[in-house]
Design a protein. Structure first.
Length: 174
C-alpha cells in the first residue's frame, strides 16, 4: 500500500476512535468544552470602543461577543465532534437513542468479561430489557451481531457528520 493510502487508513481509524469517545462520553466532553470556552472568552479583552466601529467593524457588544463565540468554536475540532454527536442523536429514533444510553452505561460501569468484549453482552441484555419495558409486553431477542453492527453504524454516522460539518465550514470560507 502507498504511503498516502496508509495515512488515509490511519486517519479513518483515528476518526472512528474519536467518534467512539465522543459518543460514549458526550455529556462529559460537552461540559468540559463549555467550561473551557467560557474561561477563554471571559479572559479575552473586549473591544475598547463599545460605542461602535472597533477593529472588527462590529459596533454592538452582543454581536461582538457572538463573533468571538463563533471564532472560538470554528478553531476547536472538539466543537465539530460535539455537534456531530448532537446532530446524530437528534436524527435518531427513540430505540437507537436508548441503545446509545445503554452503551454509555456499559462504558461507565466498565463491565468486564472473558473472551468477547463485555460491553456487548451488557448492552445486549440491558437494551433488550429497555425495549421490552418501553415497547413490548413480551420477550425481545437481539443478537450480539446486531449490537456490534448498530454500534459500528452509529460510530460511522458520527464520523460522516463530523466530516461534513468540517468541510462545510471550509467551503464557506471561499
Amino acid at each position: 500500500m502507498s504511503e498516502i493510502g496508509t495515512t488515509v487508513i490511519a486517519d479513518m481509524k483515528r476518526d472512528r476512535e474519536t467518534a467512539r469517545e465522543y459518543l460514549l462520553f458526550y455529556d462529559i466532553r460537552l461540559t468540559e468544552y463549555n467550561r473551557k470556552k467560557a474561561d477563554e472568552l471571559s479572559s479575552q479583552p473586549r473591544p475598547d470602543n463599545p460605542q461602535g466601529g472597533g477593529n472588527n467593524g462590529v459596533g454592538n457588544p452582543t454581536e461582538s461577543q457572538a463573533l468571538r463565540i463563533v471564532r472560538y468554536d470554528e478553531s476547536h475540532p472538539e466543537y465539530y465532534w460535539l455537534k456531530a454527536v448532537e446532530i446524530l442523536q437528534r436524527s435518531l429514533g427513540e430505540r437507537k437513542n436508548i441503545f446509545i444510553k445503554v452503551r454509555r452505561e456499559a462504558e461507565v460501569k466498565k463491565v468486564s468479561g472473558v473472551g468477547r468484549p463485555a460491553w456487548v453482552v451488557y448492552t445486549q441484555m440491558h437494551y433488550m430489557r429497555e425495549l421490552e419495558d418501553r415497547f413490548l409486553n413480551g420477550a425481545v431477542s437481539i443478537s450480539e451481531n446486531y449490537v456490534r453492527n448498530l454500534w459500528r453504524e452509529l460510530v460511522n454516522q458520527t464520523v460522516e457528520i463530523y466530516l461534513r460539518l468540517k468541510n462545510n465550514i471550509r467551503y464557506n470560507e471561499y
